[in-house]
Design a protein. Structure first.
Length: 361
């Protein structure tokens, strides 16, 4: 691991970047990349090299919409057991989080995998709903478990999403002039490189799949910068020790067997075509939205606007930084989060709060 944090090699990359006389802006779509960048001070180093790095919609807990959290909250209030990951249960809905409801007596459980939700359902006769959040990284585990067969009393509130459609939408919106994209290593271990190639062709933008150590990120930026200087626009793989061109075909196959693409809204974005995953018809007896449709129908008439003053929507599009939000580090902090970017360990606000003094009072 420490060879990926070698200061001598890092200095050589920085020296080469400075020699390119850059003035570029790149974006990554991975919370773990943001953690590496802020934790190791790479943002300062890269700024000195003429490279601005923005974080995009790379936090799955963050891009999950208020409506989806409210669906889980509505089912919890109606006596269902809700099971999901620790970050998920702490994200506020319109007024409360699932964790708040647990304090009020609702049955909300923190689990570490969908298999934990299966075990929970097997121990109880009541309805258990697993709120499945995540990109192509976690979706295969949900799909495999569904294929194995779920207990009759277990349903899935499917909030899984595909990353590539969001990238197309982000570039179509054109809010930021971007010279390159750093693609997520974890997602790419599953989907490989091919799904990114159409993006480079359509938008003439370089892309590099990167690992998560400091040298991975620095090298990915250098590879992007080199493409920019040469006038190239292709997909390169810095994370070759973890990502193959074809990705993981078995994982993709199991996802395609269980899920079908649907149009889905993302927090901070309009509805993105074919960006969401829904259980296919043969598994719909475990689709929480269909099984409990009558109990969720009242939400169709609700306006799901975010908390007043919270800038998570803009932070997820890369047009604002955490310290641009008047709530950051004040009324919004990890102990009392107002927006999801302060809840999730992959959220820009929590990462900035943990490693930087900006905005703290």
């Amino acid at each position: 691991m420490f060879r990926y944090r070698d200061k001598v090699f890092a200095d050589k990359i920085v020296e080469r970047l400075k020699g390119l006389n850059l003035n570029i802006r790149v974006m990554h779509v991975c919370g773990t990349h943001q953690d590496t960048i802020v934790r190791y001070g790479l943002n300062t180093l890269l700024t000195e090299c003429g490279v601005e790095v923005r974080q995009g919609p790379g936090c799955p807990v963050c891009v999950t919409t208020v409506k989806e959290y409210e669906e889980a909250i509505a089912l919890a209030v109606r006596g269902k057991t809700i099971a999901s990951f620790g970050d998920v249960v702490r994200v506020p809905g319109l007024r409360k989080s699932l964790l708040d409801l647990r304090a009020e007596g609702c049955d909300v459980r923190v689990v570490y995998s969908v298999e934990d939700a299966v075990a929970l359902a097997q121990k109880t006769s009541g309805d258990v709903v697993f709120m499945a959040v995540g990109f192509e990284t976690t979706a295969p585990s949900t799909a495999v478990t569904v294929l194995k067969g779920l207990p009759e009393n277990l349903t899935v509130l499917c909030c899984h999403r595909y990353i590539p459609p969001a990238l197309y939408t982000l570039l179509n919106m054109g809010e930021l002039k971007l010279h390159g994209l750093i693609e997520p290593g974890h997602v790419s271990t599953v989907i490989g490189l091919k799904q990114y190639e159409g993006i480079s062709l359509k938008y003439r933008i370089p892309q590099v799949v990167a690992g998560f150590e400091p040298l991975d990120v620095l090298m990915a930026v250098y590879m992007l910068a080199r493409q920019v200087v040469r006038g190239e626009a292709r997909v390169e793989n810095e994370y070759s020790r973890g990502v193959r061109y074809e990705g993981n075909p078995k994982a993709v196959e199991v996802m395609n067997t269980v899920f079908e693409p649907v149009d889905m809204a993302w927090r901070g974005f309009p509805v993105i075509p074919a960006s969401g995953m829904r259980l296919r018809k043969e598994f719909e007896e475990h689709d929480a939205e269909k099984v409990f449709a009558d109990e969720l129908k009242n939400l169709d008439a609700v306006s799901f606007e975010g908390s007043r003053g919270c800038r998570c929507d803009e932070i997820l599009r890369g047009v604002k930084d955490p310290w641009d939000c008047q709530l950051f580090g004040k009324s919004c902090n990890p102990e009392h989060p107002i927006g999801p970017c302060m809840v999730s360990i992959e959220g820009a606000c929590q990462i900035e709060y943990r490693y930087s003094s900006k905005g703290k009072t």
